[in-house]
Design a protein around this ligand. Sequence first.
Ligand SMILES: [Zn+2]
Length: 205
Amino acid sequence: MNHKMIEVEDTGLSFETDLDLEQLGDLAREMIAAIGEDVAREGLVKTPRRVAEAWAFLTRGYRQTLEQIVNGAIFEAEGSEMVLVSGTEFYSVCEHHLLPFFGKVHIGYIPDRNILGLSKFARITDMFARRLQVQERLATQIAEAVVEVLHPQGVGVVIEGLHLCMMMRGVEKQHSKATTSAMRGIFKKDARTREEFLRLIHTQE
Ligand SMILES: [Zn+2]
């Protein structure tokens, strides 16, 4: 597969992709036609290409690995206090409707031997969020990645997400905000550790 650099419109950002943008664009054009729109209408002419590039971006997490992201940013721990990285924004796509869900991720862990550079938690979150997801799995994958990289005493992940598939389709509006969590190690076994983590998240808000 050949890699192409894609400029994200109006942002000055760019990213690399090896996806077949022609094929994705053709599918977008077919979908536009299938919903009864005129694909030749001026406002829609460039839409298939934009959709292809947008989806390449929204799913770029499939083409990243944990090793690439961590990239050696593991340091020796100086203590065994809880580390909290809370309120990290995420944007993902629900695998049931291909509509966005987004919100905040809170990660806490108690190191054993190692700690990870703080910025890496947002990158790990992004790698899993930029795939087709369900919010429960997103929490589990982040927690398991932290375990894999750091072998900490424990880790907790709480995600608060708003689901456009619920909000825009007008169903069960009261459940459009979902909270999911994944606990590993001491966060799972010890209620006091878990409570401290949950209390810390709420004092940050
Ligand atoms: Zn959905």
